[in-house]
Write a protein that binds this ligand. Structure first.
Ligand SMILES: [Mn+2]
Length: 484
C-alpha cells in the first residue's frame, strides 16, 4: 500500500532526503494497520455507502474536485509570483487543520475542521497539515501530514488514517506523520533558501504547525511569508455544481426545520424551546449541527442583533425573530424569519413587516429607507442623502454577505464586485425600533423584524435556495396559527 513516490523529480539530492524521510515514516508505523480504508476517522464509501459514492471523499465531492482545487490554488499563486517578477519562483503553501479544543479536562468541544483545510483536502483529522510545493518545473506536489496511527489514542478516539493510505484515500501525493513536519520544512528551506512561504502567519489555526514555522523563521531566515487566503477565497466564492447541490440541500433542511418550528410555537413558549426545536428538526433532516448559535428573540429582544441568550418567555402579541441555519456536510444555510407567536400580526407589526418584505424583495439596501418613509418611521421631508443615514439607524447591519462552507464566507472578497453565476449570498434587511426611541410613534417601539433568504446567482438570474420557507404574511400566519 505504501507508495514511496518521489516528490521532486528534478532534485536528486532532495529526492534522496525525502525518500529517507519516507522510509522513516514507514518505520513510525510499527504495527501493521489493523484497519484499512474501510474504517478511518471519517466516513468512506466502504463504511458509509449510504453517504458516499466510490470516488467521493466527502458527500457529493469527488477526489478529482479536491485535486483541481489544490491545482487551481497553486496555479493562482504561480501566476501571482511570476507577475511580481520575483527572483525565485519557488514556494511552499502550508494549510493547517483545526485542533481539538477542550471545554474542560479531557472534555472536547464538538470538532469542526478548518474550512480551508477541508476545502483543499476533504480530510477531517485534527492536528494535521497540508503542504504543497511548486518546484522549478512548475509542477506541484502535495503532502498531507497527519497524526498517524497510535493504539492508545485510537482506543479512546477511534481509528485514524495511516500515512500510507493518504494517497489512496485523499489523492494527495504523499502522507507523512505530523512529527516529520519540522524536518521536512527545514530540509525544504535548506534546499530552496529563497522560496516564499504561503502561510497565514497572522491568524494561527493550529499551534503545532504555527510553532514549527515560527521557530524556523526565528533562526534568521528572510523568506517572504504571505497569506494564501485571498486566492482560496477567490476560488471558494464560485460554487461548483456539487457545492451548489449541497447548498440547495442545506437551505432546504433549514427551511423545513423553520416551518416546523413556527408551527409548534405558541404564546408562553420559551425561546430555549424554540431553539431546541429548530436544532432537533435540522438534525433529524440530516444536518450535522446548527451553523451558528441561533438568535431566538421574542418581543423587543429582537432589537439586539446578536441576541443568543435565548432564555425568555415569548408572550401573546409578541413576534419571534429567529435567525438559524444548519451545516450539511460542510455547507451552511443562514435564514431569518419573524412571526407572530399568537398567529396574527398586529397592525403595526404587519406594516413594518410588509416594509421589510418589500425591501427584501427589492434586494437593494438603499431602498430600505424608501419603504420606512412610507410607514412614517422616517420623516417624508428627509432628502435622499438623509434617507440612507436614517435607514442605517433602523438597520445597522449589512444586508448581505457571501455564504458557503462558512456562514460569513470568503470574507477577504469585497462586497463591491459584480455578481457572478455560482455565488451564493444572503439578502437580509431588517428594521429595529428601540423601545425607548421617542422619535417614532409609540406603537412601533420595541418591534424588531428581519427577513433573510439565501440566494444562488445563476446565468438565468437569482435562485432563492430558501424558497421553501414562507415569508409572506398570509403564509406565515397560516403556519404560525397551526400550533394554537
Ligand atoms: Mn446572515
Amino acid at each position: 500500500m505504501f507508495r514511496n513516490k518521489s516528490l521532486f523529480k528534478c532534485q536528486v539530492r532532495f529526492k534522496d532526503i525525502l525518500t529517507c524521510l519516507c522510509s522513516n515514516a514507514a518505520k513510525v508505523e510499527q504495527k501493521p494497520p489493523t484497519t484499512s480504508l474501510n474504517f478511518i476517522s471519517q466516513p468512506t464509501h466502504f463504511s458509509h455507502p449510504n453517504l458516499l459514492k466510490s470516488d467521493e471523499i466527502t458527500p457529493l465531492i469527488r477526489k478529482n474536485e479536491f485535486k483541481d482545487r489544490r491545482k487551481n490554488l497553486m496555479n493562482k499563486i504561480a501566476q501571482f509570483t511570476s507577475q511580481q517578477s520575483r527572483s525565485s519562483k519557488e514556494y511552499v503553501v502550508i494549510i493547517p487543520s483545526a485542533s481539538k479544543k477542550y471545554m474542560s479536562d479531557k472534555i472536547p468541544y464538538f470538532f469542526r475542521q478548518n474550512t480551508e483545510f477541508l476545502y483543499l483536502t476533504g480530510c477531517q483529522e485534527p492536528e494535521s497539515c497540508l503542504v504543497m510545493i511548486c518546484n522549478e518545473l512548475e509542477s506541484y506536489s502535495s503532502v498531507l501530514f497527519i497524526q498517524g496511527r497510535d493504539s492508545h489514542s485510537e482506543l479512546w478516539d477511534g481509528p485514524r488514517i495511516c500515512p500510507s493510505n493518504v494517497n489512496d484515500f485523499f489523492g494527495i501525493d504523499q502522507g507523512l506523520p505530523m512529527a516529520e513536519f519540522e524536518n521536512y520544512l527545514q530540509l525544504y528551506l535548506k534546499l530552496k533558501p529563497r522560496a516564499s512561504i504561503w502561510y497565514d502567519i497572522l491568524s494561527p489555526i493550529q499551534m503545532n504547525t504555527h510553532n514549527v514555522i515560527h521557530n524556523i523563521l526565528k533562526t534568521g531566515r528572510n523568506n517572504m511569508v504571505e497569506s494564501p487566503k485571498i486566492f482560496i477565497d477567490q476560488q471558494r466564492i464560485i460554487k461548483s455544481p456539487a457545492e451548489i447541490e449541497l447548498m440547495r440541500k442545506t437551505c432546504q433542511i433549514a427551511s423545513e426545520a423553520i416551518i416546523k418550528t413556527i408551527e409548534t410555537s405558541r404564546p408562553g413558549i420559551s425561546e430555549h424551546e424554540i431553539f431546541a426545536t429548530v436544532d432537533y428538526e435540522c438534525r433529524m433532516k440530516g444536518a450535522e449541527y446548527l451553523a451558528y448559535p441561533p438568535v431566538v428573540a421574542g418581543g423587543k429582544r429582537a432589537n439586539i442583533i446578536h441576541y443568543i441568550t435565548n432564555n425568555q418567555i415569548v408572550n401573546d402579541g409578541e413576534m419571534v425573530l429567529m435567525d438559524a441555519g444548519c451545516e450539511y456536510h460542510g455547507y451552511s444555510s443562514d435564514v431569518t424569519r419573524t412571526w407572530p407567536i399568537g398567529g396574527k400580526y398586529s397592525k403595526q407589526q404587519r406594516e413594518l413587516y410588509e416594509a421589510v418584505l418589500k425591501t427584501q424583495l427589492d434586494v437593494i439596501d438603499l431602498i430600505l429607507g424608501k419603504h420606512l418613509q412610507e410607514v412614517g418611521l422616517i420623516s417624508k421631508r428627509i432628502s435622499n442623502d438623509g434617507l440612507l443615514k436614517a435607514a442605517y439607524k433602523f438597520c445597522p447591519h449589512h444586508v448581505s454577505h457571501y455564504l458557503g462552507m462558512d456562514v460569513h464566507d470568503t470574507p477577504s472578497i469585497t462586497r463591491n464586485i459584480p455578481m457572478r453565476p455560482g455565488m451564493v449570498i444572503t439578502v437580509e434587511p431588517g428594521v429595529y425600533v428601540r423601545d425607548n426611541d421617542e422619535s417614532v410613534p409609540k406603537e412601533y417601539r420595541g418591534i424588531g423584524i428581519r427577513i433573510e433568504d439565501d440566494i444562488l446567482i445563476t446565468e438565468n438570474g437569482p435562485e432563492i435556495l430558501t424558497k421553501h420557507c414562507p415569508k409572506d404574511i398570509e403564509a406565515i400566519e397560516k403556519i404560525a396559527g397551526k400550533g394554537l
